[in-house]
Write a new protein. Structure first.
Length: 101
């Protein structure tokens, strides 16, 4: 059973004057009737700094699967928009790891 998030959440850090737009990944509930229930994360998510610095992080979450060796994996990039379109994107950092450790 997948629940797709159709909205965005906004977080404002008033002491720093920053406002973030958060789009969460897809959450899946498994084994609700038989077995041990668990929630899995998959798909993509995005966090964007709203304002003059167009900073954005795009994350890709890997679902566990039956025999997956890439369990709990997350990877993505932190970018800054320097102009219009893809050519105006500056890649600042690459992020990868496991979200459970």
């Amino acid at each position: 059973m997948d629940f797709l998030q159709q909205f965005r959440t906004y977080i404002e850090l008033k002491p720093y004057g920053e406002k973030y737009e958060v789009q969460a990944p897809t959450l899946s509930a498994h084994n609700l009737i038989i077995g041990t229930p668990y929630i899995d994360i998959g798909g993509t998510s995005k966090v964007r700094l709203v304002g003059k610095d167009e900073l954005e992080i795009n994350l890709r979450w890997t679902k566990r699967g039956w025999l997956s060796k890439e369990e709990f994996k997350v990877e993505g990039e932190l970018t800054r928009q320097t102009g219009k379109g893809k050519k105006g994107t500056e890649y600042l950092y690459k992020i990868s790891g496991n979200w459970n450790s």
